[in-house]
Design a protein around this ligand. Structure first.
Ligand code: NAD
Length: 370
């Protein structure tokens, strides 16, 4: 790992600039108190980039993203840009980043913070202490497979086609990410597919098992049909540690798992790519939520999903697990102390703004670090 840690910050649109600003506070704290500094470059993405440059992501920003050790993105999109042609839309900027950085593994943790456990729609005893990680394959499967399209048949009716397709290499590289994560967690992976009805699922199951037997004998691997996995996630989510699954099932299962925690403003994510020649793994970190135009510019947004995404960056891109733990603990304590942004407000708690929440996290970090 190079000494100089380079971080590209792409605040984006709506609440993106507000929530990413709180990360700078923590970066400053880490520089001051932990003597680790980051070279931060800031760029435009989404509607903000379109307004400035006529493109949702310029080639220059794309090159910066490929050069950086890690990228942190706020959010893109909003009503202002909805009428733009398809290729100019804010989301195209994000999709270009994902494609050119070849981000094939999407990591979505579902963690229930003690102080927010009753925000879940599930019973407290089902979700309390929950800490699972969903690893979704992001660049293959039915969303990209060929042939695809809508055709008109001879009788005038129409036929829509998408193709679920996976190769050994695509399955193994995402499974490897899941096994490596499991080794740093509780050591268990559950692989979800539909091997009972899909050949691509049979291949998925076989290849994941082969990789585990060859390279990760210490990790416990189970297989589950994806529909059963959806049921088990609401019945008894604590049985899982890491779940690895394909693009389509992962899309659904990760949203389902997210809602076990009850709040969009608390959900971080990471997307990881291949390791490059210099030994760096391409990585983009972003909150799961969007640009929340309804509350943008009002200092109301919850910055915790973005701060938790930054904690993931510390852990997975910079091997700074101790600092990631410090930050996550600070968030736990601030919540336990009763501070809440509007989206997670509960009776008897103190409602605070985006910036006051960020300040409180840094105050807590100061206390923890002594
Ligand atoms: P959204 O996630 O932006 O907002 C949904 C609801 O949750 C809103 O009521 C919003 O106020 C609230 N919310 C979201 N994040 C919050 C936070 N951090 N703190 C407090 N409240 C929060 O989803 P949407 O309204 O469907 O989409 C708005 C825009 O965001 C659209 O243009 C959409 O395309 C875009 N979007 C972008 C991404 C991304 O950048 N990855 C993801 C989803 C949606």
């Amino acid at each position: 790992m190079p000494d100089n840690k380079t971080l590209l910050l792409l605040p984006g649109d709506g609440i993106g600039p507000e929530v990413t600003a709180e990360v700078r506070r923590v970066v400053d704290w880490i520089a001051k108190r932990r003597s680790v500094s980051f070279d931060i470059k800031e760029g435009l993405v989404g509607g903000a980039a379109y307004d400035a440059d006529g493109e949702p992501l310029t080639d220059e920003t794309m090159a910066d993203a490929l050069d950086a050790d890690a990228v942190l993105l706020g959010a893109v999109g909003g009503p202002k840009w909805e009428g733009l042609p398809f290729e100019k839309q804010p989301e195209r900027g994000l999709l270009r980043l994902r494609k050119e950085m070849e981000l094939f593994a999407n990591l979505r943790p579902a963690v229930v913070f003690d102080a927010l456990a009753d925000a879940s729609t599930l019973k407290l005893e089902v979700v309390q202490g929950l800490d699972i990680m969903i690893v979704r394959e992001l660049t293959g499967g039915v969303y990209f497979g060929e042939p695809r399209g809508i055709e008109t048949l001879a009788d005038g009716s129409r036929r829509g086609v998408n193709t679920q397709v996976y190769t050994t290499g695509e399955i193994q590289r995402v499974a490897r990410v899941a096994f490596e994560l499991a080794k740093k967690r509780a050591g268990r992976v559950c692989s979800a597919e539909k091997a009972n009805v899909m050949e691509s699922g049979v291949l998925w199951r076989e290849e994941v098992q082969k990789l585990r037997d060859a390279e990760f004998p210490d990790v416990e691997l189970t297989h589950m049909y994806a529909d059963n996995c959806a049921m088990q996630l609401v019945r008894d989510p604590q049985q899982f540690d890491v779940i690895v699954t394909d693009n389509l099932f992962g899309d659904i299962l990760s949203d389902e798992a997210a809602m076990l925690t009850g709040s969009l403003g608390m959900l971080p994510s990471a997307s990881l790519g291949a390791v490059d020649a210099a030994g760096r793994r391409r990585a983009l970190y972003e909150p799961v939520h969007g640009s929340a135009p309804d509350i943008a510019g009002k200092n109301l947004a919850n910055p915790l999903a973005t701060l938790l995404s930054f904690a993931m960056m510390l852990r997975y891109s910079f091997d700074m697990g101790e600092d990631a733990n410090l930050l996550e603990d600070a968030i736990q304590r601030v919540l336990a102390g009763g501070l809440r942004t509007a989206d997670i407000m509960q009776p008897g708690k103190a409602r605070v703004s985006t910036s006051v929440m960020g300040e409180a996290i840094v105050t807590e970090l100061d206390k923890q670090a002594g």
